[in-house]
Design a protein around this ligand. Sequence first.
Ligand SMILES: [Mg+2]
Ligand SMILES: [Zn+2]
Length: 178
Amino acid sequence: MFVDRDGTINPDLRYLADAARLEVFLGVAEGIRLLRAHGYRVLCTTNQSGIERDYYTHADVGAIHHRVNEILAGGGASIDAFYYCPHAPESACECRKPATGMLEKAALDWNVDFAGSAIVGDRSLDVEAGESIGLLTVVVPPPGHEASVEAELASRNITPDVRASGFLEAALRILTRG
Ligand SMILES: [Mg+2]
Ligand SMILES: [Zn+2]
């Protein structure tokens, strides 16, 4: 299954560059542990246009992903692999969500069957990308941002298959397919 990073695993600090500032939301480690125990690969797919904008480097992003797994390890969990798009929207690449190139690359690498898989995210672009390839789409708003997440989905006329109130609920809903 595919999971967004900023706003889904960790608070979206807008162009986070420093791994030392990273926090992981409650329920993420438990949810990931559960999904992996049921045979899912957990693949993080994240837009990181801050690289092309020169706000941070590939190495910064690598350090953050290393730190995500360090924190998750404390809860007996880990992300199997991280994929990121370094491009700004103006580049019109094929990997930046809602395009599906990043998800397709990860699926090839890990032999993922889209029809039996899912995406968890906090924005319409996560849902749009997932819909395009037939994933179960799950939205989890960051705590305290429920209204703005709903407003963003409505503004793009996007409806996820599942709305969950935390990552653990998202994981349970994936296991029961909705
Ligand atoms: Mg996000
Ligand atoms: Zn890209």
